[in-house]
Design a protein around this ligand. Structure first.
Ligand code: G6P
Length: 610
């Protein structure tokens, strides 16, 4: 969603800020703004639309050449998409500017208080209220004013603040929304909400914790809490490669990440399977082995693509480890007064580790006594930190807004957790060895599917004029059908519904008309015959069937319009293959329809508001 980059150092801030902002574009935004202090004066510019618009607006303007500044990409929550509502926001007295990710929940009461004190507001945002509050409390020390203001606010924030009257100071703080400080050489600092904006300059960072306030000057920095108690955060290494966040030869990050999936799986499983002994090695779970052995139920909670992976995880936990398991939207779980029995394990699945609903569900589960496990990609993210134990996906930064390699990583990690728990209960070493061998073969099988990308492109292009699609699957591949439909919606803006193939007869069958595309996941497995019957039901009503089928199944080609083949695979891991042609279809459909695949309208990569 929103992105923050701030700089204090010896160089000209502008190119560093704008480059950082461009690296955060993938997170989704609708407007951008920048403020720079040059020769003791503050200059500010904001623009609706792309970072490029903002760049143009300040191009060649010498007043933006200072070495202290901050900038922001905004994804509207409070107030419409206008230049005035874009960040930075400034107070009306001292030249204080603020960029902010998150939501100040008590902004309306604070606004009223500030209006009574004579402040006038130019925007409808909660952030402007925070800027004014800092201004109201300012007595010549911006760090103190920020601490005082943060003692008054409720809600979530990551903020960076500068003040015209203190041209050598940058203050940043966080609660509930990520923020880190990159420490460059020679007293150079970059504050950002995402390591992608820092890594080109330094890998040494401090990850701020909730209620941390950092004051950066040209001589160094110090950290306190909001009550001014000194803290000593530790300096860490950012685990990001510049190569991972650059396009290379690919036209879009989404395509790059689809093609990275064989290596994503290799990274996810690497060193975690002792195939000779039938043992799963998950260091992140080892201290809770006992609790996991006696788990009475598992609740997997997530949003979006991560929820689809969680659904597959549920099937695996029940099928392989025989543990009663459920999945639920995190947003629903937290508000429905869930019953958490003794020995319940809650698994929060999240690429970013920052999804507000998933984080809130996690807090709820912990409060009710559950053991909380994270299946997260971003190392050190809020969910990773708040869980008792966890398994990282290890798929590297995912930039494409439509999640692809993280999905594969989530299913891979959940499979490993299932094998691990199954081994502690009913699964023999031999059975586990068989499953692990299947897993080990997945990367090469994905590579094989990727070789057929040109064919998948051709098939997709036959249907791109159609505005309504169905995605149908059964068992392990019902969630895959949901994921296929979600991918198509997200980037090609085609209406698509995913559902269990058997459910189609209970209503959606009425939608089928001449030529309507219906994508069936019809790989060989327990439900193959049933899926074949469902295919006939669509065909006899004029629908066009595109099947994802197992290599060698030539029979199916006689009953459907198009086939996309995947290698033979055991059922539990089949979604890791079946999803790949669906990802490619969505990608090629979006490109053919002329959409910006990596910047889909209205979407944010990480949804940090409820
Ligand atoms: C957003 C993204 C989706 C993602 C979902 C959950 O909606 O656009 O791609 O699946 O959030 O995100 P998480 O980071 O928790 O996996």
């Amino acid at each position: 969603m929103c992105g923050i980059v701030a700089y204090l150092g010896k160089k000209t801030a502008r190119p560093i800020l704008l480059e950082g902002l461009k690296r955060l574009e993938y997170r989704g935004y609708d407007s951008a703004g920048i403020a720079i202090v040059t020769d003791g004066k503050l200059y500010l510019e904001r623009r609706v639309g792309r970072v490029g618009n903002l760049e143009e607006a300040i191009d060649g303007r010498k007043e933006f050449d200072g070495s202290l500044g901050l900038c922001h990409t905004r994804w509207a929550t409070h107030g419409g998409v206008t230049d005035f509502n874009a960040h930075p926001h400034r107070d009306d007295r001292h030249g204080i500017v603020v960029v902010h990710n998150g939501i100040i929940e008590n902004y309306s009461a604070l606004k009223q208080y500030l209006q009574e004190k004579g402040h006038t507001f130019a925007s409808q945002t909660d952030t402007e209220v925070l800027a004014m509050l800092i201004g109201e409390l300012y007595e010549g020390d911006i760090e103190k004013a920020v601490q005082a203001a943060l003692r008054e606010v409720t809600g979530a924030y990551a903020i960076a603040v500068i003040c015209e009257k203190e041209p050598n100071v940058l203050v940043a703080a966080r609660k509930g929304s990520p923020l880190m400080v990159g420490i460059g050489s020679d007293n150079e600092y970059i504050v950002a909400s995402d390591g992608a904006a820092i890594i080109a300059h330094t890998a040494r960072v401090i990850m701020l914790d909730d209620y941390n306030v950092v004051k950066i000057t040209r001589d160094g920095f110090h950290t306190t809490d909001i009550h001014n108690t000194p803290l000593s955060p530790k300096v860490q290494q950012l685990e990001i490669d510049l190569e991972q966040i650059e396009l290379g030869a690919f036209p879009h990050f989404m395509l790059k990440e689809i093609f990275e999936q064989p290596s994503s799986v290799r990274a996810c499983i690497g060193g975690r399977m002792n195939i000779r002994e039938g043992k799963v090695v998950l260091g992140g779970l080892s201290s809770f082995a006992k609790e996991l052995t006696k788990a009475s139920q598992v609740i997997l909670t997530a949003q979006g693509t991560a929820l689809h992976a969680a659904m597959i995880g549920r099937y695996m936990l029940e099928d392989l480890a025989k543990i009663p398991s459920h999945t639920e939207y995190a947003s629903e779980f937290r508000y429905r007064n869930p019953v958490i029995e003794e020995n319940t394990v809650v698994v929060a699945v999240s690429q970013s580790g920052e999804t507000a609903d998933t984080l809130a569900a996690l807090y709820e589960a912990k409060e009710r006594g559950a053991l909380a496990i994270g299946v997260v990609n971003v190392v050190g993210s809020s969910i990773a930190r708040e869980t008792d134990a966890g398994v990282y996906l290890r798929v590297g930064p995912e930039i494409g807004v439509a999640s692809t390699k993280a999905f594969i990583g989530q299913v891979g990690a959940l499979a490993l957790i299932s094998f691990y728990m199954a081994r502690k209960r009913y699964m023999s070493a031999d059975q586990c060895i068989d499953m692990m061998k299947e897993m080990e073969a997945i990367p090469a099988k994905i590579e094989k599917i990727l070789e057929s990308a040109p064919r998948i492109k051709k098939i997709t292009e036959k249907y791109i004029e159609r505005e309504n699609w169905l995605f149908l699957g059964r068992g392990y591949n019902y969630p895959t059908a949901l994921e296929g439909a979600l991918k198509l919606k997200e980037i090609s803006y085609i209406h698509a519904e995913g559902m269990p193939a058997a459910e189609m007869k209970h209503g959606p069958i009425a939608l089928i008309n001449e030529g309507m595309p219906a994508v069936f996941i019809a790989n060989r497995g327990r439900q193959y015959e049933k899926v074949m019957s469902n295919i006939q039901e669509v065909r006899s009503r004029g629908g066009h069937v595109i099947a994802v089928a197992t290599e060698g199944d030539t029979e199916i080609a006689k009953h459907v319009q198009d086939v996309m083949y995947i290698p033979d695979v055991c059922e539990p891991l089949s979604p890791m293959l079946a999803v790949v042609p669906l990802q490619l279809m969505a990608y090629y459909a979006a490109v053919a329809r002329g959409h910006d695949v990596d910047k889909p309208r209205n979407l944010a990569k990480s949804v940090t508001v409820e």
